[in-house]
Design a protein around this ligand. Structure first.
Ligand code: TRH
Length: 387
């Protein structure tokens, strides 16, 4: 049987090359699960770096080149690439280019698969003009279309699982559930006036100065830090070289708990439980917005500092409608967190703005939740019927 006669068992093939960290695979893995769980699609996910993926999906570590996890068939993207019938829709994440033989096989299919390049998230204005554009293949008669996630209805939107917001609200409303969940992570009971802060970031050289301010503040802070790149900066403040998940460190009014790298559901709960979330990259940045609490974004650095425009574009959208002093304080603190200015100096005004920022972020999140989510947009985009 030639591939053109083969009717693929899969609705979707998603191709993911891990550039670094967890964002590329974080987005692809979430998208794959959304398509499978929320849309009943048959999804196959191709991933080149199983070491990184195993942090998000531990079952990968035990598997050979293939496994079924959370409703998705996961395959190692290796060379030579196996001779498989392409799916009806193909997502190439972040211009990672599917294997040439697979693309030839796509061209031989009748009908030809829908080919979508899923781009990185940006709040910049040009995104609306590029979302949905097509690019014809020079030889093979295939057309690739561009899907840009984003914050406006004229983009692909953001990944948001069905029922996520209701689940968040149930967790928030249930004080005992939150307390028990924190206790399960080894976090001691805290006083009602303690500010819970989660911290996921790249290296942050100024962090010890900020922690000094928190340690001396009249209100206590509990800092929850999943193991990762920023932990070294936390430990520097405490005069330690290393710490294991489960350790709790204290200085003045500041307590820091080192957490293991959490699974996706627990990472959401962490964000829901905290009054302030430090996030980074792409996927955790979006999760913080679904948590609807004030957050600070450590943006992924790009060549020629283009990430500064990206940061500004997001701030302009996010802060619109917030009173000027609170908006200025938030902008100054975010910029300092991203290397422009002093964190300790920017903190007092930002801390004073947090109550107003909290209600503003809630409105921001509610507004985003009214838009179509990215997986639904892709299903529509690909013209596959929703089952
Ligand atoms: O890891 P990131 O910095 O990822 C990236 C990549 O660097 C990528 O190349 C770049 O292009 C992109 O950012 C913009 O940050 P991100 O996107 O937040 O991915 C982290 C993932 O890890 C996210 O899915 C949340 C998850 N996570 C957990 O599952 N458990 C945890 O405990 C933590 C802290 C994170």
């Amino acid at each position: 049987m030639s591939l053109s006669d083969a009717s693929s068992a899969f609705d979707w093939d998603i191709f993911c090359r891990v550039v670094d960290n967890f964002g590329d695979i974080g987005v692809c893995w979430r998208l794959a699960r959304c398509l499978a769980r929320d849309h009943g699609c048959a999804v196959r996910l191709w991933v080149d770096d199983w070491g990184s993926f195993a942090r998000l999906c531990p079952a990968v570590a035990e598997a050979g080149d293939m496994l079924r996890a959370q409703g998705v068939e996961v395959r190692r993207w290796c060379e030579p690439f196996p001779d498989v019938a392409p799916a009806r829709a193909v997502v190439e994440a972040f211009a990672c280019e599917p294997p040439p033989g697979y693309v030839e096989a796509m061209a031989a299919c009748t009908p030809r698969p829908q080919w979508i390049n899923l781009e990185y998230l940006s709040a910049e204005d040009w995104v609306e003009g590029c979302h949905g554009l097509s690019s014809p293949h020079p030889r093979l008669g295939l057309t690739k279309r561009f899907c840009f996630p984003g914050f406006t209805p004229r983009t692909g939107g953001l990944l948001r699982e069905k029922g996520l917001i209701a689940e968040r609200e149930r967790f928030r409303a249930d004080v005992a559930m939150r307390r028990d969940w924190l206790a399960g992570l080894g976090i001691p009971a805290v006083s009602d006036d303690t500010r819970l802060v989660s911290l996921f970031a790249y290296e942050q050289p100024q962090l010890p100065e900020l922690l000094r301010v928190w340690a001396a503040a009249p209100l206590p802070t509990l800092l929850l830090v999943p193991e990762g790149r920023v932990l070294g900066d936390v430990l520097r403040f405490f005069g330690r070289d290393e710490a294991k998940a489960g350790e709790i460190l204290a200085a003045g009014g500041l307590t820091a708990a080192v957490l293991p790298f959490l699974d996706a559901a627990d990472y959401d709960r962490l964000l829901w439980a905290c009054a302030l979330n430090f996030v980074r990259g792409e996927d955790s940045f979006v999760r913080a917005q679904w948590a609807a609490q004030p957050f600070v974004w450590h943006i992924y650095e790009q060549d020629e500092a283009v990430h500064h425009d990206k940061l500004e574009a997001f701030l302009a959208r996010y802060l619109a409608g917030l009173d000027a002093p609170a908006a200025d304080a938030t902008r100054a603190f975010w910029k300092a967190w991203n290397g422009e200015g002093s964190l300790a100096a920017a903190w007092p005004a930002f801390a004073a703005a947090l109550p107003r920022l909290a209600s503003h972020t809630r409105r921001w999140s509610d507004g985003l939740a009214e838009s179509q989510d990215l997986a639904s947009a892709l299903v529509q985009f690909s013209e596959l019927s929703v089952k």
